[in-house]
Design a protein around this ligand. Structure first.
Ligand SMILES: C[S@@+](CC[C@H](N)C(=O)[O-])C[C@H]1O[C@@H](n2cnc3c(N)ncnc32)[C@H](O)[C@@H]1O
Length: 222
């Protein structure tokens, strides 16, 4: 219900919370979509944006993976109502988990798990694994609790009051528990806008556990 309540103002609320970085919501969505488009393979099959919300990331994913059929799932119907009709026309955006497929080339879970109570996280990742195609990949983006500015952003964000952040080791352990092989573990989003001219260095910092966010990518492909 909480994300139903903020669906109309979602972008504005995130923009306020991340204002300290000098960037707006679109920057972070574009960053993640670009990262995934460079991950390879080219993801021309089905892609699922799990916890898609109002579809901010979905839109950028479709732009970077134009050959993919993009589906979205969220528990918030009010958020789903705000997904761009052009995305709805090419794929399914639903709160009905039973309507989703079991052959996804890529499942993206961006900033969702910290809203899922810890005892439920493993079960959720197990269900997502079962929805992957045999060579499919599961990419989980999360806030990095080791970054003090990230913790400040979470404290300032009205819909993050229930958030329980996960360190990368926990996210990686959940994936390993359900038999997913680790493909990548990268830290992302290091520099604020006033240092944007140095951002070309960020891919070389992916090992440094100070990024504002991180991503863990696993695959069923043994
Ligand atoms: C912070 S928003 C992130 C939205 C989007 N992934 C993005 O990056 O812009 C978290 C989203 O996760 C959804 N969510 C929370 N718990 C969920 C669950 N158990 N299953 C699916 N979605 C969930 C919320 O409804 C909300 O839309």
């Amino acid at each position: 219900m909480r994300f139903d309540d903020v669906a109309a103002d979602y972008k504005q609320l995130v923009d306020q919370a991340v204002g300290i970085s000098g960037e707006e919501t679109e920057y972070f969505a574009e960053y993640k979509a670009r990262y995934l488009s460079r991950l390879g393979p080219d993801f021309s099959g089905r892609v699922l944006d799990f916890g898609c919300g109002v579809g901010m990331l979905s839109g950028r994913l479709k732009a970077h993976l134009p050959e993919a059929r993009l589906d979205g799932f969220d528990v918030s119907d009010r958020s789903l109502e705000r997904v761009d009709p052009r995305l709805r026309a090419q794929g399914m955006f639903t709160s009905d988990a039973g309507a989703l497929g079991h052959d996804y080339a890529l499942i993206v879970v961006a900033n969702v798990l910290h809203h899922v109570p810890p005892p439920e996280r493993s079960g959720l990742i197990c269900q997502l694994r079962d929805r992957l195609a045999p060579t499919g990949r599961l990419a989980i983006f999360e806030h990095n609790p080791a970054n003090p500015l990230t913790r400040l952003v979470v404290e300032r964000c009205v819909f993050d009051h229930d958030a329980i952040l996960l360190p990368p080791a926990e996210t990686a352990a959940h994936q390993a528990e359900v038999g997913l092989r680790l493909v990548r573990r990268d830290y992302i989003v290091f520099l604020p806008r006033f240092l944007a001219w140095l951002r070309f260095c960020e891919p070389w910092l992916a090992w440094l556990p100070l990024g504002a966010q991180y991503v863990i990518v696993g695959t069923r492909d043994a």
